[in-house]
Each structure stands twice: as C-alpha cells, then as structure tokens.
Ligand binder design. Structure first.
Ligand code: FES
Ligand code: FES
Length: 154
C-alpha cells in the first residue's frame, strides 16, 4: 500500500507492507536511520519519534497508521547540520557512549522540555523511564537533561 506522511516538515511517500512498522519504513524505505532498532518490542525507547506531537515508539506503530499524519524524527529536530540544544547538552555532559540509545533519549528529552520547562529529578526519571541505556549508568544523561533545561530557561 502507498502511504503519505509529513516527516520532519516534508511530505514523503512510500510503498509499505500493511504489517510493517513505522520504524522499518523510516529506516529502510525513507532513508532516516537515526531512529534505532534495538528491541522492536516497545521496551527500549531507542526508536522514539514524535507522531502528531506525541512521543511514541516507532516500532509499535504501523507505518499504515502514520498515513496522513505528522512525524518528527531525531533527524528533524534541528535544521541542516546544526545540533539541537538538547543534542549539544548530551555532548557537553558526555552522555553518549556507544550512542545507540542517544537518538531516542534526545527525542524523549525534547518532548519533556516541551511540556515541562524546568523538570525536577522525579519528572526527568519518569520521562526517560522508557529509554534504556546499557552504557552510561544514566547519571550523565540526567546531567544532560538538566543542562538543556537550564539553557532553555536562559
Ligand atoms: S526498538 Fe522500539 S522500543 Fe525498542
Ligand atoms: S550509550 Fe550505549 S546504550 Fe546508551
């Protein structure tokens, strides 16, 4: 089936199998590999994207369900080669090791800071609880969120 999705502000079309995930379509058909595929079961958050302004796991959404809707992926957070302030904060905090979890965490953090300008510790932990990281132990990730929140408030 043919689907049409607004992705990062541009209308994109793709031929998809009715049962395939939005994550598969993004990565394998639309040239957007930033959203990572780690579990394909909604457990790790590495595939996090915004669908009509709501944070979702792209592996749990059918590509067909996104037909006619708006998707923002990690590639669309900042224009061109620029980094989004949240991405800059992750770099500054040293919150990236293997980097596999990072796109999902960045998208989840952008979502959090769009809803809560100065989140407390519990709000940060709750917001990122669906994003698993095997490398960092999370301390530097939480530092990155605090840095991004601080900069956003300046
Ligand atoms: S790949 Fe989607 S939640 Fe893990
Ligand atoms: S940096 Fe490796 S999984 Fe998070």
């Amino acid at each position: 089936m043919r689907i049409s999705i607004s992705i990062n502000g541009a209308l994109r079309e793709a031929d998809v199998w009715p049962g395939e995930s939005l994550l598969f379509a993004l990565r394998e058909r639309l040239g957007l590999p930033g959203s990572k595929n780690a579990c394909e079961q909604g457990e790790c958050g590495s595939c996090s994207v915004m669908l009509d302004g709501r944070l979702v796991c792209a592996c749990l959404v059918l590509a067909a369900q996104a037909d006619g809707h708006e998707v923002v992926t990690v590639e669309g957070l900042a224009p061109g080669d620029e980094l989004h302030p949240v991405q800059e904060a992750f770099v500054q905090a040293g919150a990236v090791q293997c980097g596999f979890c990072t796109p999902g965490l960045v998208v989840a953090t952008v979502d959090l800071l769009g809803r809560v300008s100065n989140p407390g510790e519990d709000e940060i932990r709750e917001a990122l609880s669906g994003n698993l990281c095997r490398c960092t132990g999370y301390a530097k990730i939480f530092d990155a969120v605090r840095i991004a929140a601080m900069r956003q408030g300046e």
